[in-house]
Design a protein around this ligand. Structure first.
Ligand SMILES: NC(=O)c1ccc[n+]([C@@H]2O[C@H](COP(=O)([O-])OP(=O)(O)OC[C@H]3O[C@@H](n4cnc5c(N)ncnc54)[C@H](OP(=O)(O)O)[C@@H]3O)[C@@H](O)[C@H]2O)c1
Length: 316
């Protein structure tokens, strides 16, 4: 049987790197689209046997030739996303206009599925530009191509994320840690391998026209996430509820001076809203898309030792 041909955008990110291995193991043929083949291809190529992953470089996706790579493909997966805006990489361009264009090309080339990653907990976040752009992207896709799958994950974590690993670094070096909104915002962290399992099952089952909220097995407040990480690192830190104006001051400072700010004003706005299922869509649990959802504390214990003094020698 001819293997399925899959086009992947944004594969060099956390989810993409794990997904490539998962999909090549199932003998899907992948074409990875990247902005910089020299920076990304040598790392990603090792995720599959020779001939199963090809790379195409498009420094900008605003290129008419992009239609060519959709020819004879079965599935397009869009993992492109940004947490802050830079130059032309605006939320609107990346989360609304680009998904629309990829959905149009998927339709034009008769693909079987267009799988897009949006985000959980954004539906009510009207004061977040990130959230609004993701919602607009979902609407554009639904209006463009009926064979869509929109996945809306809560925080996706793993040893190669920018969330738990950044918290571990900050908690290791800072004597105290600020909590905004008293750390009460709720999340359902989902491990990256569980998200990849969902995508794999969706491709195999050829499901379409569905929006799925993707969650891990536990509802955890932000303060509990921090406390779990502290326990895992075997350290104690002062967790101090900070007034929002101090957060705004810090975020404005980071936005001005850092290339990739650790906190932005838009993220502060989003943090106000619980990152939990809306009840409007089915979840991965309703659809039985995971065999064994991973637990947050068990998983972070597997890599937190790298942030302890002594690294691997700190393990029992
Ligand atoms: N991680 C989470 O906790 C989480 C939670 C909810 C939703 N999501 C969504 O899930 C998707 C994947 O997440 P991730 O964590 O794997 O993302 P990521 O690590 O931030 O990677 C995103 C990818 O987007 C591409 N990209 C970034 N800016 C771009 C630009 N201006 N033009 C073209 N491509 C650009 C990059 O690919 P190249 O450098 O190869 O071109 C990069 O590999 C994103 O849409 C994200 O919003 C993630």
């Amino acid at each position: 049987m001819k293997p399925k041909e899959i086009l992947v955008f944004g594969a060099s990110g956390q989810i993409g790197r794990h997904l490539l291995r998962k999909l090549t193991k199932k003998n899907f043929k992948l074409t990875v689209v990247t902005r910089n083949i020299h920076r990304n291809a040598y790392k990603l190529k090792s995720q599959g046997n020779a001939g199963w992953i090809n790379f195409v470089e498009f420094p900008t996706l605003n290129n008419e030739k992009i239609n060519q790579i959709f020819k004879n493909k079965d599935v397009c997966i869009n993992l492109i996303g940004v947490l802050n805006e830079k130059n032309k990489s605006t939320f609107n361009n990346i989360h609304s206009l680009l998904p629309k264009k990829l959905a149009e090309l998927s339709k034009k080339n008769n693909l079987k599925q267009f799988i897009h990653i949006s985000a959980l907990g954004i539906d009510d976040a009207i004061d977040s530009k990130y959230a609004l752009s993701k919602i607009n992207g979902e609407t554009e896709i639904k209006n463009t191509f009926e064979k869509y799958i929109i996945l809306k994950p809560s925080i996706v974590y793993s040893v190669s994320d920018n969330f738990t690993t950044m918290l571990m670094t900050m908690l290791k070096y800072l004597p105290l840690f600020p909590l905004y909104y008293q750390g009460k915002t709720s999340f359902y962290p989902i491990h990256v391998t569980d998200i990849c399992e969902i995508i794999e099952k969706i491709i195999i089952s050829e499901m379409s026209t569905e929006t799925i909220e993707c969650i891990g097995p536990e509802k955890i407040k932000f303060i509990e996430i921090v406390q779990t990480i502290l326990k895992s690192l075997g350290i104690k830190r002062l967790l101090i509820p900070f007034p929002l104006f101090l957060g705004r001051f810090a975020a404005t400072f980071f936005e001005f001076f850092m290339k990739n700010p650790v906190l932005t004003n838009d993220q502060l706005n989003l943090l106000k809203y619980d990152n939990i299922p809306s009840g409007k869509h089915k979840t991965n649990i309703d659809l039985k898309l995971n065999s064994n959802l991973k637990k947050f504390e068990e998983e972070i214990n597997k890599y937190s030792y790298m942030w302890k003094d002594g690294g691997e020698f700190s393990r029992d």
